[in-house]
Design a protein around this ligand. Sequence first.
Ligand code: SAM
Length: 264
Amino acid sequence: MKVKDIINKANDDLIIGLSYLMDKSKSYLYLNSHEELTSDIEEKILSIEEDLNNGIPLQYALGYWEFLNISLIVDKRALIPRFETEIIVDYIIKSDFKKDKILDIGAGSGAISLSLSKNLPQSQVLGVDISDEALSLCNENKNNLNLTNVNFIKSDLFDNISDKFDIIVSNPPYINEKDYLALDKKLYHEPKLALYGGKDGLYFYKKIIDQANDYLNDQGHLIFEIGYDQKDPINELLVKSDFKNIINLKDFNGFDRFIIAQKG
Ligand SMILES: C[S@@+](CC[C@H](N)C(=O)[O-])C[C@H]1O[C@@H](n2cnc3c(N)ncnc32)[C@H](O)[C@@H]1O
């Protein structure tokens, strides 16, 4: 089988899958479409094709995915790390905020915690999740990446936290009941625990904002990824809890997707 036999199937996910397997760019594949696939890659890409035909997301079919500058094992134990989330991680890395101690609530695959710890070697990062499956994936990823400035513990939000932090970051579940019921079928392969944010989608923001002041150092920052239509209610909650210097950021499609606020 040749590269062009995959290209001719005109399935974007399959072509991205092949570029991952061959560790080559998409343009390389197009320019070298007569290249013969090794038997190993042929076997893998055919198995990925079967998974895709069964509705399994490409990232789970591949078993790993790039996030910022790290490669993560991804599987159904946790949410597939999204490209948009890289925006907020990059923002934190480049900010002049104090960031000696960082807490990531709802660590999932460990994408945020691990990319922060990799790029901020002076910081100490703690990732928490309520899901044992997600935590096992976080620890596998941590070991693979040989990172020592990050730890993961089980905690229902702040329940098992006694420390204070310079930054609390969270990409919590934020899909409301109505949207959850109407989700693209492919998304049901990801854990409901990672997606569903209560009837109005704001359950986790309310809980975190309510308690965050007790776990932030003075002048510390609370940083959220949010749903595209959640900016106003979350800004209001932050103001009510005395947060200041609130910044709203958009993703590359122009949707409101991130909020940064400072302890008042
Ligand atoms: C949207 S996912 C984010 C995963 C990862 N941080 C990312 O950005 O790819 C939300 C995560 O919150 C976790 N979670 C749900 N309820 C929680 C709770 N009460 N306490 C801590 N984590 C929780 C889920 O298990 C899931 O891993």
